[in-house]
Design a protein around this ligand. Structure first.
Ligand code: SAM
Ligand code: FES
Length: 335
């Protein structure tokens, strides 16, 4: 169903203190219609924490001198894929900062290598803003999907979260370019980010309805000690669940992760997310030695677990709420 902005604002206000079980049930029924009990698994490889940007909320922003920087080699990335493939993963998500040292040819070469070794796997990139031509080159190299959260669909709010060089207009242009090229596209936003209003959240839903992305990443904002937002409160579990429910109802077929950030603010956050329409989990395949250096926010969970431990822990967690892990590619449902 399609919501008006005022309808979203009303739902947010009605559910602010406590999520109405009826809203949760509606979202749950909607996800079951298209995806049954399946929870798709994506192997996340955080392959570089170098970044030229300075998003004000982000722990690995370029200006943070306290970060110990790393960049995995192509061979190390392929090794992560090998580990993941043996565990059954059929989607690899290469995420990183906007690393100025990695060339576009190198990115294409890494993607081609993964696709030639694992032709039955989907490759997702999440490495920030590029020109249309560069996105097209990534696509031609075999990249199937691209994640680029829009962060907030309100210009004024966007400018409060980012340095002046960045703008919502550029972000939006990137997302439309990606869609037009043929990627399965993921947008998304943080819940409870500094200065966010109910109207901003409603505007996020309006933007998602307009863009019609295949995936939407929604997680709570969590402060990081080395950012100017260090003293702001984190987004709440309840409001993140409300936004997951609304997103599932607005975009019934969307692929919606129960994020690590949700698991960080509450030990049962991901399970709760799955009960509110989420249908994807993204266990970490990065080498354990670098995990601590990909610190976007304080207190991030799953820092020390090997991939095999992560997947067995997640498997048990999803079963407790009546779902089962699905290791297929988990493409967006077109029926
Ligand atoms: N560089 C890529 C980009 O710009 O899309 C991807 C990496 S970026 C670290 C991935 C996502 O982490 C961002 O889109 C943002 O929503 C999320 N993130 C960053 N800092 C965060 C924080 N303090 N709390 C919650 N999420 C955060
Ligand atoms: Fe670049 Fe966060 S500021 S990844």
């Amino acid at each position: 169903m399609s919501f008006t902005k005022q309808e979203v604002i009303d739902i947010i206000r009605e559910n602010r203190d406590e999520l109405d079980p009826k809203l949760r049930l509606r979202a749950h029924e909607e996800r079951k219609k298209f995806y049954g009990n399946s929870v798709y698994v994506r192997g996340l490889i955080e392959f570089t924490n170098y970044c030229r940007n300075n998003c004000k909320y982000c722990g690995i922003r370029g200006g943070n001198v306290n970060v110990s920087r790393y960049r995995l080699t192509k061979e190390q990335i392929l090794e992560c894929c090998r580990t993941g493939y043996e565990l059954g993963f059929r989607t690899f998500v290469l995420q990183g900062g906007d690393d100025p040292q990695i060339t576009d040819d190198e990115i294409c070469d890494i993607v081609s290598a993964i696709k030639s070794e694992y032709p039955d796997c989907a490759v997702t990139l999440s490495i920030g803003e590029r020109s249309r031509d560069v996105y097209k080159a990534y696509f031609d190299a075999g990249t199937d999907r691209y994640l680029l959260r829009h962060e907030t669909a309100d210009n004024g709010h966007y400018n409060k979260l980012h340095p002046k060089e960045m703008s919502f207009e550029i972000r939006k242009r990137c997302l439309y370019d990606l869609k037009d090229i043929g990627f399965q596209v993921g947008a998304g936003f943080m819940v409870g980010s500094p200065y966010q209003t109910d109207e901003n959240l409603a505007q996020d839903i309006m933007f998602l309805q307009e863009l019609q992305p295949h995936m939407v990443g929604i997680g709570p904002f969590i402060p990081h000690k080395d950012t100017e937002f260090k003293d702001f409160s984190a987004g709440t579990l309840n409001m993140t669940l409300v936004m997951l429910c609304i997103t599932r109802l607005a975009l019934p077929k969307v692929l919606l992760p129960a994020t690590t950030a949700l698991g960080t603010i509450n030990p049962r956050g991901r399970e709760e997310g799955l009960l509110c329409g989420a249908n994807v989990v993204m266990p970490n395949l990065s080498p354990t030695g670098v995990r601590h250096d990909y610190s976007l926010y304080d207190g991030k969970i799953c820092m020390g677990d090997e991939a095999a431990e992560c997947i067995s822990c997640l498997g048990k967690r999803v079963e407790t709420v009546g779902f089962k892990l699905d290791f297929s590619r988990g493409d967006h449902c077109e029926m």
